[in-house]
Design a protein around this ligand. Structure first.
Ligand code: NAD
Ligand code: MG
Length: 389
């Protein structure tokens, strides 16, 4: 019962983002279950300060060093320790004083602090899918060796995780990842070529950070999620399917060896998978809006159009090829999405940059962590040179 068990001490890496702020809402609503130990942000010092004053963590990190003085001054009358710089993320991840890390930094930048937490055997509530896309084999092996449970926050993976509870050793035959299709479902290249940043940032069902919103519009997000699923659930590429489901009510499904399929459903709200990961194995009562089936007379399913949304095809290629391919794909995509968000390249150029970078960077079959970092760097440099950044 709440109150009898010690509170879980939570470290939110990326507390100022979409996942981070929603995680804080969950913590705020459950003061008897959770307390905040660490908060980190990249640049948004004002929000970090507000969060720190409310949740009174032991430590905060602001990665952007120019923001340090402001954060330090604002928290001077408190006991909160203030750190800055990229290295500090790993230093605070090394603390003994937290139980669960919410890995909610976006992109490759989340990998090092998450690895540190895994090496300490912490519970990882993993939103940062790029961690597994880049170095899934190493992360999962390290998690096994250090008994660090990795509980997915990504809604599809949380759905699969929830479907697997109680299944013991029953093997998975296949998983079916659902995809909303994003804002450009049904569109063709002659439309996509003219798509602008602001249009691509309007997702029909989910409100998320900029990078994942663009990834959802290009379907790269679903490709990254296939790779994430492979590592999380130890699957072969042939066991992972994607189906477009525009209503985002079924969050994903698992088919077992008897042909039975389990689905996890609900209204699209990231607070639910965040809360599930934080509370696992317990479900926490809440007052989120409930799904009313009468308001959804039809749930639709269709094949993804990988001819138009070629990023998904490229990610499937990376999933099948293995080695450093997904790391290269991810790095090129991060740079290309960044350039698109700065209006430096067009929507379809994102795919061209990823494809050319994948063709250029030498294949490494079984990379070490160091080699993953090198592949990431090489891919970023090459992608940037393509776009003359
Ligand atoms: P966001 O852009 O809203 O927030 C990112 C957070 O990371 C911010 O707190 C920011 O300060 C921090 N950050 C950014 N760059 C950093 C860097 N270089 N070093 C350290 N910190 C940095 O992103 P988000 O939408 O919250 O997504 C976070 C992660 O969760 C992503 O990997 C995304 O794919 C995943 N995810 C998000 C959602 C969602 O609904 N938003 C759903 C599923 C998975
Ligand atoms: Mg998802």
């Amino acid at each position: 019962m709440a109150g009898e068990t010690p509170k879980k001490r939570v470290a939110i890496f990326g507390s100022t983002g979409s996942i981070g702020t929603q995680a804080l809402e969950v913590v705020r609503a459950n003061p008897g279950l959770f307390e905040i130990e660490i908060l980190t942000a990249h640049t948004n010092d004002e929000l970090l300060i507000t969060q720190a004053l409310e949740f009174k963590p032991n430590a905060v990190v602001v990665v952007n060093e120019k923001k340090y003085d402001n954060v330090k001054a604002a928290l001077a009358s408190t006991a909160i320790k203030v750190f800055c710089g990229e290295k500090a993320l790993e230093e605070v991840a090394d603390f003994d004083t937290y139980d669960v890390m919410i890995a909610a930094i976006v992109g490759f930048a989340g990998l090092k602090p998450t690895l540190k937490a895994v090496s300490k055997g912490k519970i990882i509530a993993l939103a940062n899918k790029e961690t597994l896309v880049v170095a899934g084999d190493i992360v999962m092996q390290m998690a096994l060796e250090n008994r660090a449970p990795i509980i997915p926050v990504d809604s599809e993976h949380s759905a699969i995780f929830q479907c697997l509870v109680g299944e013991g050793r029953n093997p998975i035959e296949r998983i079916i990842l659902t995809a909303s299709g994003g804002p450009f479902l049904g569109k063709k290249p002659n439309f996509l070529v003219n798509v602008k940043r602001d249009h691509a940032l309007q997702h029909p069902n989910w409100s998320m950070g900029a990078k994942i919103t663009i990834d959802s519009a290009t379907l790269m997000n679903k490709g990254l999620e296939m790779i994430e699923a492979k590592w999380l659930f130890n699957l072969q590429p042939s066991q992972i399917e994607v189906v477009i489901h525009p209503q985002s009510i079924i969050h994903s499904m698992v088919q077992f060896e008897d042909g039975s399929i389990k689905a996890q459903m609900g209204l699209p709200d990231m607070k639910l998978p965040i809360q599930y990961a934080l509370g696992f194995p317990n479900r926490i009562k809440n007052d989120f809006p409930r799904l009313n089936f009468r308001k959804y007379p039809a749930l639709n399913f269709e094949e993804p159009d990988t001819k138009t949304f070629r990023n998904l095809g490229l990610a499937i290629e990376a999933l099948q090829k293995g080695g450093n391919t997904a790391c290269v794909l991810n790095a090129a995509n991060e740079i290309a999405v960044w350039a698109f968000l700065k209006n430096r390249i067009g929507f379809l150029d994102i795919t061209a940059v990823v494809e050319k970078t994948m063709a250029e960077i030498p294949f490494v079959a079984k990379p070490t962590l160091q080699e993953y970092f090198e592949s990431d760097g090489e891919a970023r440099n090459f992608a940037a040179s393509l776009m003359k950044l």
